[in-house]
Design a protein around this ligand. Structure first.
Ligand code: ACO
Length: 149
C-alpha cells in the first residue's frame, strides 16, 4: 500500500507535468534539451501503448512532480504467455529525498504490476542503491550486462 505525506499523490504522468518531470529526471541522469513538442510526441506514443508504457509520478501538495517512475509491462511467450514488469527511471527530487517517496513509488509500481498479472518485476540499479531496493522488498538476482553505442 502506498503511504505518502499529507497532500502528496501517486498518479499517472500528465502532459502538463512536462517541466517538472524533466527537472526531476535530471537527478537521475543526463536528460538533454527536450522541447515541449518532443515531450508531447513521446507522451502520445506512450499513451498509444498504455498496456506497455505506464509512466507515473508523485506530486506534492501543489500538484507538482517530485518523483518519477516508469512501469513497463512485457507480454512474453514463456511461462504460458506470462507478463513481466520492468521498473525504470526512478528519481526523487533532491529536496524530497528521505521522505519515503522512493519507497512509495516502487510500492505503487509493484502493486500495479501485480494487479496486471505479472509473475515478477525486475529492475537494474547501481551497487549504491541495493540497500534501497532491499528495503522495497527486492532481492539481488544476477548481474546486469550492457553494450553501449
Ligand atoms: N542505500 C541504502 N538505503 C537507502 C538508500 C540507498 N542509496 N536510499 C534510501 N535508502 C533507505 C532509506 O534510508 C529508507 O530506509 P528506512 O525505511 O530504514 O528509513 C528506505 O531506503 C526508503 O527510502 P526513501 O525515503 O523512500 O528514499 P528516497 O525517497 O530518497 O528515494 C532514491 C531513494 C530513489 C534512490 C533517491 O535517492 C534518488 O532519486 N536517487 C537518485 C536517482 C537514483 O539513483 N535513482 C534510482 C535509479 S535505479 C532505477 O531507476 C531502476
Amino acid at each position: 500500500v502506498v503511504t505518502l505525506p499529507e497532500g502528496y499523490s501517486f498518479r499517472a504522468l500528465e502532459l502538463s507535468d512536462y517541466a517538472k518531470y524533466i527537472e526531476t529526471l535530471k537527478v537521475l541522469t543526463t536528460v538533454g534539451e527536450i522541447s515541449s513538442e518532443s515531450f508531447a510526441e513521446l507522451f502520445n506514443h506512450w499513451k498509444e501503448h498504455p498496456h506497455i508504457y505506464q509512466p507515473h509520478v508523485i506530486a506534492n501538495t501543489e500538484g507538482l512532480v517530485v518523483a518519477t517512475g516508469m512501469l513497463l509491462v512485457e507480454r512474453k511467450l514463456i511461462h504460458e504467455c506470462g507478463k513481466v514488469g520492468h521498473i525504470e527511471d526512478i528519481s526523487v527530487a533532491g529536496s524530497e529525498q528521505g521522505k519515503k517517496l522512493g519507497l512509495s513509488m516502487i510500492t505503487g509500481l509493484t502493486e500495479l504490476a501485480e494487479k496486471q498479472g505479472c509473475y515478477k518485476v525486475i529492475l537494474d540499479c547501481s551497487p549504491h542503491n541495493v540497500g534501497f531496493y532491499e528495503k522495497c522488498g527486492y532481492a539481488n538476482s544476477g548481474v546486469e550486462m550492457v553494450k553501449r553505442f
